[in-house]
Design a protein around this ligand. Sequence first.
Ligand code: ASP
Ligand code: MG
Length: 405
Amino acid sequence: MALIVQKYGGTSVGDVDRIRNVADRIKAVRDEGNQVVVVLSARAGVTNELIARAKSLCPEPSERELDQLLAIGEQESIALMAMALHGKSVKAVSYTGAQAGIFTDKVHTKAKIKMVNPKPITRDLSEGKVVIVAGFQGIDEEGQITTLGRGGSDLTAIALAAALKADRCEIYTDVDGVYTSDPRVVKTARKLPEISYDEMLELASSGSKVMQSRSVEFAKKYGVIFEVRSSFNHNTGTLVKEEVAYMEQVVVRGIAADKDQAKVIVSNILDKPGSAAKVFRGLADANVIVDMIVQNVGRHGIANLTFTVPQADTVRAVKALEPVLDAIGGGQVAVHEHIAKLSVVGVGMKTHSGVAATLFQALADVGINIDLISTSEIKISVVVDLDRADEAVRVAHAAFKLDTV
Ligand code: ASP
Ligand code: MG
């Protein structure tokens, strides 16, 4: 007998037939003699619809009220799933985040889990019930409903797996697992049998949207091994776990393109101590997340700074820079949105050389110009023209032989 935590995403519970299909899968695992805890998302589209409705009534809704509202999406899923299981004579009970003992801080719409009290769940499991928990939500110390940030049901599942010391944690979604690259762009992309937490995090922050990053960070911190797999078939998925030595034999694990970035150029600023500090302080105070940063060599006392920000933040970034430029004695801001960030990721880069050269050569061979470059221990990112982003991914995928490894 094993204790298994399963999480099903919004498309997996998108309508009554799909809920029935998931109920069958849960029943099958339970009938094998396992204890099962199920975490559910809201039906696909529901959270977005609720946010749109809220904003139609009030452009900047109170975050407390938003949490009150958004929590109902998951609550619908769990109650219906419990009923679907009852319809198949499976003992089951549904719990909101609060009822399941998920305690968070007070930060509405992006709360952090502080503690999980798994007692109610363990009691039900020992009575032979399947326990169904609403993902994405918790309760703060004052009894207020909180939510964990978009995609937060993944986090609920990982946190419960850690608190319950589950034998297995399975994240069911509408893709088969984590691929070497987006299969819609690269026909020869392969599903990875396993990947390290760090690689998964780098890919997530580079535009691959399989899972919420925070939940991968949480899994790494608490050593929760989990599998990403599809609820629409029975294929094995991708195991996400700590890095082990043999993983370094493969130099590049995956390639992602982020098309939601913009490039900001701050030109003609004084090349003196404090200029960059003031620019990035201004951006940080406006909650703009800056990614790649390049500063050219100053000439005649004048320098240029170039960096990338999420496209959604460009207006805020430009606004934040106005007073900064006044304070440092001038400069101009230009924004280019027609870019993509291509990233190659792999723990093998720590021990292999020539990765950058191979990537740059592959792009040069097809005449793709490289704009910005940044590197970390296990990642190389380049900015290229948006129109050539897919082609860039394909040539890089081929250059690192990812279709054959
Ligand atoms: N329903 C929430 C969202 O759409 C949480 C989740 O799906 O994980 O962001
Ligand atoms: Mg989701």
